[in-house]
Write a protein that binds this ligand. Structure first.
Ligand SMILES: Nc1ncnc2c1ncn2[C@@H]1O[C@H](COP(=O)(O)OP(=O)(O)OP(=O)(O)O)[C@@H](O)[C@H]1O
Ligand SMILES: [Mg+2]
Length: 375
């Protein structure tokens, strides 16, 4: 068996497209460590923009089938890999450049806010299951509880230890966030004693949020999920000013009364120029033991919002008792019952969020040039 021709292999790879980014893998700079051997063997690494890519298997199959059609190629050894790149989004509200410190958190590629104008629609539940699902897909993930009035994340993530304080030469005292279910977790809940209510005034609030960004050792993260309190108030605006948010995942329930508030949230994100990654309709239906679906909170709201704001409906989550139990017991449903329908929906949501971000990125960046050195 002859050695396959290197150029023929590269040319074949130029015909394999990333279906989302609509460009070929060579142009996208996704082919690394390409080698051809005697005996008809080809080996390569395909480096995607997210480990949670929903098309990973399809791209792998396409590469193998395409290369097997090249003369003298017998076996193809493909390793699927991913490298989440930092967003180039400028970020920050219009006209706020003077006080806008939106230069991000070192080492964190994407910051995703989970938001809703309305309380109790399942923001924290979605944030937690999204974070854990992204981890299960192989991403490095952190979650920040920005609900400093009613921090629920330590409970919902099942964190039992407090963050550690270390001394950093440049930054002074720095928190090391505890890790639960593979996710780094930071919350005001760790810093409060007992059940005392929190009363923050504007500057204090800005200050504590800023500390969460600069004085927490997040390390290297692909995604930092921020669980926001309800509403369109100071916390949301402070964060939008402080951080170059990649985008916001908007959570709603289907009924009109929720939609009224969620519309306000969508308008607020529009104003501060944070793109909506998409909409999650939570508590969409309840399936009884007889299989019948009950639309307890009405129908069609998520779809309507998506249409009106030119966004996407990413998921419709059922109302499931185990989801609530998972929150209360600190064992998110995607860990508690990974094969359940709702867990599979959360895993699907995570891949879609990663996919939307990869596509948003591709639009804002020039395509990387072909890295000759990697061949
Ligand atoms: N799909 C679901 N099925 C069953 N229970 C759910 C579901 N989504 C959320 N819940 C439950 O509903 C309650 C409210 O959810 P959650 O705390 O996530 O909402 P929230 O929007 O973050 O609320 P807040 O505005 O107070 O921050 C929780 O007890 C949670 O476990
Ligand atoms: Mg919450």
């Amino acid at each position: 068996m002859q050695k396959p021709d290197f150029d023929a292999v590269v040319n074949a790879l130029r015909t394999v497209n990333d279906p989302d980014l609509k460009k070929d893998l060579v142009t996208l700079g996704m082919i690394k460590d390409l080698k051809v051997f005697d005996q008809g063997k080809v080996s390569l690494r395909v480096v995607l923009t997210t480990p949670a890519c929903p098309l990973k298997e399809k791209i792998k199959d396409d590469v193998i089938q395409t290369l097997k059609a090249v003369a003298n190629v017998e076996t193809v050894d493909v390793t699927m890999d991913a490298e989440v790149k930092k967003t180039a989004r400028p970020g920050g509200p219009a006209g706020a450049s003077a006080q806008n410190t939106a230069h991000g958190i070192p080492g964190v590629a994407h910051i995703i806010a989970v938001s809703s104008g309305k309380g109790g629609v399942g923001k924290s539940t979605v944030a937690v299951n999204l974070a854990v699902s992204l981890t299960l897909e192989g991403a490095k993930v952190g979650i920040l509880d920005a609900d400093i009035y009613g921090p629920n994340l330590p409970t919902m993530m099942g964190v039992t230890e407090n963050p550690k304080l270390i001394q950093d030469q440049a930054r002074g005292e720095v928190f090391i966030p505890p890790v639960s279910h593979g996710v780094k977790v930071m919350s005001m809940g760790f810093l409060l004693q007992g059940d005392q209510p929190v009363i923050w005034r504007g500057p204090m609030l800005h200050n504590i949020l800023s500390q969460f960004c600069t004085r927490v050792e997040w390390g290297s993260l692909d995604y930092l999920i921020i669980d926001l309190p309800p509403g369109t108030g100071d916390v949301q605006l402070s964060l939008a000013q402080m951080l170059p948010l990649t985008g916001a995942v908007i959570v709603t329930t289907p009924q009109e009364i929720a939609l009224q508030d969620v519309r306000k949230a969508l308008k607020m994100w529009e104003k501060v120029r944070v793109p909506a990654i998409g909409i999650v309709e939570n508590m969409s239906y309840f399936r009884a033991d007889d299989g019948k679906e009950y639309r307890i909170f009405g129908e069609g709201g998520g779809q309507m919002l998506a249409r009106k704001f030119n966004s996407k409906l990413l998921a419709q989550m059922p109302l499931v008792i185990e989801v609530r139990k998972g929150g209360d017991e600190g064992k998110p449903i995607v860990i508690r019952d990974p094969a359940s329908e709702v867990s599979l929906s959360f895993r699907d949501l995570a891949r879609k969020v990663a996919q939307e971000i990869a596509m948003m990125d591709a639009k804002t960046k020039d395509a990387p040039s072909l890295e000759i050195g990697s061949f």
